[in-house]
Design a protein around this ligand. Structure first.
Ligand code: NAG
Ligand code: NAG
Ligand code: NAG
Length: 431
């Protein structure tokens, strides 16, 4: 019996080694052990930040900035409130929602362990009243002053307080003191809750089914090709984050004039033409249009596409019922996932949403070991339709992960390409 056990244990050990060598991406232990952060953060000191607001991706950036501020102060961030509405100015319309209703809390702490950390209000001992830290504002409040204020907090008496509460503006509007890679690490720890992931998977299935049907019509001359579940999973689709609604156009034209650039706004005609010039595309292919709700009433966005490009919005796809159940924030989260997983993504380089989708896709490229590529071979190509690239198509686009701040991603840029080299050596994430 003892011998049997020893032999069995030995066989298991050998098998484990063999399997681990063959599939280095598989881990036997919890994901947190695969990360390279040795340092720890204090678990008895907390940072509290104001409610996070605005678009989904502005909220993600604001959240990451709050995490990085907490890290700078060597504190745990008290789980902040997000906002389900898109509103920003009218505080009473912000509609708070707990972070863990949108993102997985435990998973966040497990993956980001040692880098940043989230805590709950129920963890507080309430031994002291919070120390209120007023962030400055206005032109005189420079980045240097802001950093100096934070550094001071670590040294003077405020460090003794259990909670430092930052009062003032939404963290999206705080000064940025961190490189893109720090933000990227935090985004990697953020996963939507299961319900949102499942809804996104349903939408993606619908898109692929529509593509499979069009293909069987084209290639089988009306005969239905056998389309099993796995073959549907490989039907490619394009996602276009199309910003052509009226308020965007007004805002965008104003900005173009102020910044003296002319590559920000693209009309519907320009977008359809540039997408048609992407090379190579296996037509017929579904083009999923991620558009603002106001455009769902406007059927003209579905017309004018080149033959072989099959435009679908939420209504035409029959998934409006899925979206309709949810507030703005969750609708946007589903669209984000649909764009992130598309075989080709086309967005606007002046949109925070598009920029974060491309950042997510760039991280995916890096994780599969691609260091210098536009992602075309891997089914992760991204483009910006507002800038003309090769063959009069849209400009190919990956995120420059070596950038020293998130500014160009938060506020947009026309300086994009896929020539930048991805950082391989500095990246120790394997999830
Ligand atoms: C935070 O403080 C703890 C205890 O003082 C220390 O061990 C740790 O290295 C600090 N972490 C960071 C990121 O500074
Ligand atoms: C401390 O206060 C918070 C918020 O007011 C509360 O949720 C928490 O339960 C309190 N903790 C203790 C140990 O009383
Ligand atoms: C454009 O981006 C590249 C790479 O990110 C950078 O090296 C270059 O300085 C930027 N050019 C301008 C004009 O900002």
């Amino acid at each position: 019996m003892v011998w049997k056990c020893i032999i069995l244990a030995f066989i298991l050990l050998v098998l484990r080694t063999v399997i681990l060598d063959a599939f280095p991406g598989i881990y036997w232990t919890a994901p947190s052990t695969t990360l390279a952060f040795q340092a720890s953060l204090r678990k008895d000191k907390y940072l509290e930040v104001p409610q996070i607001a605005w678009g989904l991706n502005n909220q993600k950036i604001a959240f990451a900035r709050a995490c990085l501020t907490a890290r700078l102060l060597n504190r745990t961030l008290l789980m902040p409130s997000l906002s389900t509405s898109l509103s920003y100015k009218e505080v009473e319309l912000l509609q708070p929602i707990a972070f863990d209703k949108i993102f997985q809390f435990e998973r966040f702490n497990s993956i980001c362990n040692g880098f940043v950390q989230l805590g709950r209000y129920s963890d507080l001992l309430n031994q002291t009243k919070p120390f209120e830290l007023q962030k400055g504002s206005g032109r005189k409040w420079t980045k240097e002053r802001d950093l100096y204020q934070l550094e001071q907090c670590k040294e003077d008496s405020s460090d003794k307080f259990e909670v430092i509460r930052i009062v003032g503006k939404n963290p999206f509007l705080w000064h940025d003191h961190w490189p893109v890679t720090d933000y990227a690490k935090i985004f990697e720890c953020l996963s939507f809750v299961e319900e949102i992931e499942e809804e996104a998977a349903r939408v993606i299935s619908k898109i692929r089914e529509a593509g499979a049907e069009a293909r069987s019509k084209t290639f089988a001359h009306g005969r239905k090709l056998v389309t099993s579940g796995s073959s549907i999973q490989s039907v490619p689709y394009i996602a276009v984050h199309m910003r052509v609604e009226k308020d965007w156009m007004i805002h965008c034209k104003k900005l173009e004039r102020r910044l003296n650039i002319n590559q920000m706004c693209s009309s519907k005609a320009e977008i359809t033409e540039r997408v048609a010039n992407i090379h190579p595309l296996q037509k017929p292919i579904v083009v999923y249009l991620a558009v603002a709700d106001s455009l769902l009433e406007d059927n003209s966005i579905l017309s004018g596409w080149q033959q072989g490009l099959l435009p679908f919005d939420k209504k035409k796809l029959g998934v409006w019922d899925i979206y309709k159940k949810y507030p703005y924030l969750i609708q946007s989260a589903i669209d984000y996932e649909v764009c992130l997983r598309a075989d080709v993504f086309v967005g606007n380089s002046f949109s925070t949403f598009s920029s974060l989708v491309v950042l997510g896709r760039t991280l995916k490229l890096m994780k599969i070991g691609v260091t210098r590529s536009c992602g075309v071979e891997t089914g992760l190509a991204s483009y910006a339709y507002n800038i003309i690239g090769k063959h009069s198509g849209p400009q190919s686009w990956i995120t420059d992960l070596s950038a020293s701040s998130l500014h160009s991603i938060s506020y947009g840029t026309n300086n994009i390409s896929c020539e930048v080299k991805l950082l391989q050596s500095n990246w120790q994430w394997r999830i």
